[in-house]
Write a protein that binds this ligand. Structure first.
Ligand code: BES
Ligand code: MN
Ligand code: MN
Length: 470
């Protein structure tokens, strides 16, 4: 075991402060590349973003390459471990969500804009916090170690994915093909949030997900709603009624069997969540609302978002949606339906339950079409690993307080794949805030979070250097 090189940390942190304007500049450059993985017209841009990260890591002394997959490429880079030190696999994603609705942005989504505010400023662009800004947190921490100390204190492997926002379809194959290159002691993921701007967080529960396109077809063509209305069921009305029937009056999901296999968090976990001083008003405020009107009303908001499953229509489309009035019974209507899953729920089974629920409610002669956009199970990270303790040590040195141990309602398919395929623990340390407008117009990353994230990663590297596998 090598010495924990905390004695160099102050100097490294000073270096990070001095170079912070350059860190902002570099983040701005990668934010300018519209690497939207779900948009087939942006394939070249996604590739360009991969090359940008490869070049950046190459310049930092990593052996770095862009590895093609059946989908978007993975950036893979490595820097060997000093004698006796562990190797850490850093995961992040360089793809971003689509920018629409574009009219609602106050500045161009792919032009990083630094806005002054009472929190020390923020950088606004698609991908600012999800996940380019967070990837840059660890890359800038590597840079600081190199420029101050000359080397990294641990072995580092970097794996940056370009398909996270489209469900990571190529990752499984990639992990199997590169199993040996990816050998490490733990995987650090920077793609989640802090507890609040002053309190870092380590996330130990992630929800899973299933995502289905559902289309309901009725008449063979759009019908005059005066001639046929009243005689023939309307696919839009039918779909709306089915979606409405998916929840009961108390906010629970009414699909039979939906809750059957759930493994609830243990009493200790629930107790620790109840001790977190959750600012419900601030959370609701970050969504622009005043009440927690969704989900199971008899559960706390933290449970409802962290450890309870949900079902949502992400969009409903069909029929006439342009200006003015057009009187039709549309031939078809469709919705995008997703479920967030919790431990115990099998994604394939839940997907089948949703399809069965729809099919059982179709009027005679109507049909339903389903297209799955992939699924992934919920994830639990063991809270008692030495890596988590080391990360917490590093975080505490930077923030002056220990990390909150939290859950999150979001999903990161890669985490489950890494746990399974690489038999490796994951450690989720992120720097986003609730009001970052993730996946929404005017996505931002507070500069205080960017700075803190770089500092924290620098400190965690030192802490990992003094840690070994149990
Ligand atoms: N970084 C998010 C997940 C997340 C969001 C974690 C908020 C913590 C707080 C990730 O990029 C994401 O958006 N994941 C998708 C996964 C999906 C496309 C398979 C999600 O959760 O919707
Ligand atoms: Mn993300
Ligand atoms: Mn995302």
């Amino acid at each position: 075991m090598s010495d924990t090189p905390f004695h160099q940390l102050d100097e490294i942190l000073d270096g990070i402060e001095a170079a912070f304007p350059d860190s902002i500049e570099r983040l701005s450059r990668i934010l300018a590349i519209p690497s939207v993985s779900t948009d087939p017209d942006r394939t070249d841009e996604v590739h360009r973003a991969a090359i940008w990260f490869r070049d950046e890591l190459d310049a930092l002394g990593f052996e770095a390459k862009v590895v093609e997959t059946p989908g978007h490429p993975v950036v893979l880079a490595s820097s060997p471990a000093p004698e006796g030190a562990p190797t850490i696999l850093f995961y992040g994603h360089y793809d971003v969500q689509p920018e629409d609705p574009i009219d609602l942005w106050d500045s161009p989504p792919f032009e990083a804009t630094v806005v002054e505010d009472s929190n020390g400023g923020r950088i606004v662009a698609r991908g600012a916090v999800d996940d380019k800004g967070q990837v840059m947190c660890f890359i800038e921490a590597f840079r600081a170690w190199r420029s101050t100390v000359g080397t990294l204190p641990v072995g580092v492997t970097v794996m940056l994915e370009g398909e996270e926002e489209s469900g990571s379809p190529s990752l499984e194959g990639f992990l199997d093909a590169h199993h040996d290159d990816l050998r490490a002691d733990v995987c650090v993921v920077s793609d989640t949030g802090m507890w609040n701007a002053e309190t870092p967080a380590i996330t130990t529960m992630l929800r899973g997900m299933v995502y289905l396109d559902v289309a309901i077809d009725g008449p063979t063509h759009d019908l005059h709603s005066g001639m046929y209305g009243g005689a023939i069921a309307n696919p839009a009305n039918v779909l709306a009624a089915i979606i409405a029937a998916m929840h009961d009056a108390s906010g629970g999901v009414a699909i039979p069997g939906f809750y059957d296999d759930i493994v609830e968090p243990d009493a200790e976990t629930l107790e620790s969540w109840s001790k977190l001083d959750f600012d419900e008003a601030a959370f609701l405020g970050s969504a622009g609302v005043t009440a927690a009107t969704g989900g199971e009303r008899d559960r706390s908001v933290l449970e409802r978002t962290w450890s309870r499953p949900t079902l949502d229509a992400n969009g409903i489309h069909g029929g006439y949606t342009a200006a003015g009035a057009k009187t039709i019974i549309p031939a078809t209507c469709a919705a995008k339906i997703s479920c967030r899953l919790v431990p115990g729920q099998d994604p394939d089974r839940i997907e089948q339950l949703v399809m069965d629920f729809v099919t059982a409610r179709l009027p005679e002669g109507f049909t339903a079409r389903f297209e799955s956009h992939g699924s992934n199970p919920a994830i639990v990270v063991p809270p008692d690993s030495p890596w988590l303790a080391a990360a917490n040590d590093g975080l505490e040195r930077v923030y002056g307080r220990p990390a909150a141990i939290i859950g999150t309602g979001g999903s990161i398919p890669a985490v489950g794949e890494i746990q399974q395929r690489l038999s490796m623990d994951a450690l989720l340390v992120g720097f986003g805030l609730d009001d970052d407008r993730v996946h929404s117009p005017n996505e931002k990353f507070d500069l205080r979070c960017y700075r803190g994230g770089i500092r924290a990663h620098a400190a965690m590297l030192a802490a990992f250097a003094g840690t070994s596998a149990p």
